[in-house]
Structures are given as C-alpha cells and as structure tokens.
Ligand binder design. Structure first.
Ligand code: DX5
Ligand code: ZN
Length: 225
C-alpha cells in the first residue's frame, strides 16, 4: 500500500510533539520535514533542531526534503539530528552525484526531487544511485496549494522509466495531496504521498486527517494492508 508522509510544515508548531504523536498513533508511516533556505524557494522554514525535536517526540522514520541551494554542507547535521532519508533537489545541486554520495556516506538513505518543469528524463543517470525519487506536484515553497494535474503523468513516466531500468526506488508525490485525489495519486504509481494541509488542517484534527487519507490509500490498493 502507498505510504503516507505527513509534512510538518502545516503543523501547529506550538504543539509539534503532540501533532507528530497524533500522526504516529493514527498510522502514518513516516514524517516529512520541509527545509527551505529562502534561496532555492521563496520561503525560510526549519533546521536540524526541529528534526531532533521530532526524533524525541516519536519513533516514526523522518525524511527531510531539502529545498536548499548547494545542500552539501548541511547534510551531516540533519543525519546527526535523526533524519533517516535526505532528499536533495536536482535543480539545486551542481554536483548532484557528489551530494547523493555524501548523504550515503553519512549512513542515510537518499532521494532526489524534481520541480514541476523538470522532466523525469533528467533523472535517468542518478536513479540507480538513489532510494527515492520525489515528484513535486506544486511549485515548492509553500503548503496549501492545489495539486498540479500534470504531475500524475510525471509519476506514470517515472514508474515506466524505473521498470525499464529494472530499478526499485520509492516514488514520492509531494504537494496538494488530499482525500479527494489521494487514491488517484496512488493508482498513478506513487508509493509515498506527502500531505501537509490535508493532515494538520483536517476537520476532526490531525489523527482524523491521517486516518482519512490512509482509508483512501487502502481503498486504492484494493484493501491490502
Ligand atoms: C512544498 C513542500 C510540501 C508541502 C506539502 O514545497 O515540499 O511538502 O509542505 O503541503 P501540502 O500538502 O499542504 O501541499
Ligand atoms: Zn516536501
């Protein structure tokens, strides 16, 4: 079944521990931490200390989405803080292969992300080196945006490319995922869905938001666990 990664960017930071615990108790499989540097994207968010706070608050695997120009220097601090997977952006890393290797040398899993206008084909030479490929379904920088419908075609193209290359790599869709489109995103081939607003701004609270999305994903996989 497709996994759910709540993005804490949309969480109430005055109650971050209880928010991530609600995600864990409701069955989310991992936490998604959006790191932004106000250079690669027009927003500034959080650093390794927030990852460490999430690490203290729950046992969920933590993935860090680095929307950061030239992230090499900051990678070790996120792993030391408890991140198990670091995703860097194709567009932000002039030496992408070196950045991917650097994450591996820190002992973490590694992902590569592409923005809406970046073709899936751009990833062909790095896909053999990564554990996850992230397709942005919104322009990066902010939560609460609508999913770009064209991103589902990108997910399908990425899945086909991975099949052709005989690679097994997670396919993550990030941005604008909600209860209305989650099943379709899963059927397109995404193995991980990121959701911020649909989880942390859900009617009935964070736990209900996670439960609702997981129900949609179970339905999309024919009820499999
Ligand atoms: C946007 C981030 C996404 C975003 C998801 O740049 O990468 O992870 O926080 O939030 P929603 O689900 O509200 O679009
Ligand atoms: Zn993200």
């Amino acid at each position: 079944m497709t996994q759910l990664a709540p993005s804490i960017l949309a969480a109430d930071f005055g109650h971050l521990a209880s928010e991530v615990q609600a995600c864990e108790q409701a069955g989310a499989q991992r936490l998604h931490v959006d790191v932004m540097d106000n250079h690669f994207v027009p927003n500034l968010t959080m650093g390794p200390d927030v990852v460490a706070a999430c690490r203290r608050a729950c046992r969920l695997p933590i993935e860090v989405h680095l929307m950061v120009e030239r992230p090499d220097g900051i990678l070790p601090a996120f792993v030391a803080a408890g991140a198990g997977l670091l995703t860097v952006h194709y567009e932000a890393c002039p030496q992408l292969h070196r950045s991917v290797e650097l994450v591996r040398r820190q002992g973490a899993r590694v992902g590569v992300g592409i923005n809406p206008a970046t073709p899936v084909a751009s990833l062909v030479d790095i896909l053999p080196e990564v554990d996850l490929a992230l397709v942005m379904s919104v322009d990066p920088g902010f939560g609460g945006q609508d999913l770009l419908p064209s991103s589902l075609g990108k997910v399908r193209r990425l899945v086909r490319l991975l099949e052709e290359m005989r690679l097994s790599c997670e396919v993550e869709l990030d941005g604008g995922v909600d209860a209305a489109n989650a099943a379709e995103c899963a059927r397109a081939g995404a193995t991980v869905l990121v959701a911020g607003t649909a989880v942390f701004h859900a009617e009935g609270g964070t736990g209900a938001g996670v439960t609702c999305l997981l129900e949609r994903l179970r339905g999309a996989s024919g009820g499999a666990a």
